[in-house]
Design a protein around this ligand. Structure first.
Ligand SMILES: C[S@@+](CC[C@H](N)C(=O)[O-])C[C@H]1O[C@@H](n2cnc3c(N)ncnc32)[C@H](O)[C@@H]1O
Length: 264
C-alpha cells in the first residue's frame, strides 16, 4: 500500500512509497537524472541545489528514502547550535543527509563527517554526489555494517569521539549501535544524538532507552542475557522529540538526545 500525504501536509510530497521503494535501480537512475540536467554546471559545488535536484527526483520520478527537507532542518539547526567537530551518520543511502549535514558542519567550522553505509552501491552514489557538492574534503564514506565500521574506525584510531551522531539505518540497530558507541567511549558528556523515523516506522525500544534515567537503565537494561553490546548505563541523557514530516508528507519525528553527564 502506498503511503498517502497527511491532509495537514502543506508541502510538495515525494512520489508515493510503494512496497518496493529502494534498490530497484532508482539510485543509479538518480545519478543519470542529476548528470543529465541542463543546469549541471550550477549544481557543482552547490549542496543546496543538489538537495533540491534530489528532492525534484523524489517528487517527479520515484520515492527516495531520504530524511527530506522538513526533518533535515531540525538536524541542520542542531549543527548550527552545537558546532560539532566530528559527526557520524549511520545509514547514508544516496547522500541526501550527508550533503545537507556535512555542508552545515563545514560552515560551522567542523572537521569530518563519517557516512557509514552498508551497501557498496549506495556508498558509491553517496561519494559521487558528495564530490559534486564540493564536500569531498569533509565527508568520508565508510562501507560496511555500522557496528563493524564503528569498531574498525575506533580500533584504528580514526574515530576517538563523536560530537553528533545521526541514526538513520536499520531501526532495530539504533539501540545496539548507541550502546556500542557508549561502550567504546565514542560518546559521553556533551555528545548529542539525532535519531530519525522514531514515529514512522517508529522505534519504541530506542525511545525507551534514551528516555530512561540511569536507575531505570540499570534496572531494565543491565545484567540481561541479551546478546550485543552492554553500553554504559551510567551516562545521563536528556531527550526530546522534534516533530516533522517525511518527504512523502507523512508525520514523523527526530528524537534529539543530549548526554549531560556520567552518574557516579
Ligand atoms: C533511510 S536510509 C538513510 C537515508 C539517509 N540518511 C538520508 O536521509 O539521506 C537507510 C540506509 O541505511 C542503510 N543501512 C541499513 N542497515 C545498515 C547497517 N547495519 N549499517 C549501515 N547502513 C545500513 C541502508 O542501506 C540505507 O541506505
Amino acid at each position: 500500500m502506498a503511503e498517502k500525504p497527511s491532509p495537514d501536509f502543506k508541502g510538495e510530497a515525494y512520489q508515493p512509497k510503494h512496497e518496493v521503494f529502494f534498490n530497484d535501480g532508482r539510485e543509479i537512475a538518480l545519478l543519470h537524472y542529476i548528470y543529465g540536467r541542463a543546469d549541471l554546471e550550477e549544481l557543482r559545488g552547490n549542496p543546496l541545489k543538489i538537495l533540491k535536484a534530489i528532492d525534484e527526483y523524489g517528487r517527479t520520478v520515484k520515492y527516495l528514502m531520504n530524511i527530506g527537507e522538513y526533518k533535515s532542518k531540525t538536524v541542520v539547526e542542531l549543527i548550527k547550535q552545537e558546532k560539532p567537530e566530528i559527526m557520524v551518520e549511520l545509514g547514508g543511502y544516496v547522500g541526501y543527509s550527508a550533503i545537507a549535514f556535512a555542508s552545515a558542519l563545514k560552515e560551522a567550522g567542523g572537521k569530518k563527517y563519517y557516512s557509514l553505509e552498508k551497501s557498496p552501491e549506495f556508498g558509491a552514489v553517496i561519494s559521487v554526489l558528495v564530490e559534486l557538492a564540493g564536500l569531498g574534503d569533509v565527508v568520508k564514506v565508510v562501507i560496511g555494517t555500522s557496528s563493524d565500521s564503528l569498531k574498525r574506525l575506533h580500533k584504528d584510531g580514526t574515530l576517538k569521539h563523536i560530537d553528533l551522531l545521526f541514526l538513520d539505518h536499520y531501526k532495530p540497530a539504533y539501540t545496539s549501535d548507541l550502546k556500542l558507541c557508549e561502550e567504546l567511549g565514542l560518546v559521553g558528556p556533551g555528545s548529542v544524538f539525532a535519531a530519525d523515523n522514531v514515529i514512522i516506522p517508529g522505534n519504541p525500544q530506542y525511545l525507551e532507552y534514551v528516555r530512561s534515567s540511569v536507575e531505570e537503565k540499570l534496572e531494565k537494561f543491565s545484567g540481561t542475557s541479551e546478546p550485543g553490546p552492554k553500553g554504559n548505563p551510567k551516562l545521563v541523557y536528556e531527550s526530546k522529540l522534534v516533530e516533522g514530516w517525511e518527504p512523502s508528507g507523512v508525520p514523523d519525528g527526530v528524537e534529539v538526545t543530549r548526554c549531560t553527564g556520567v552518574q557516579k
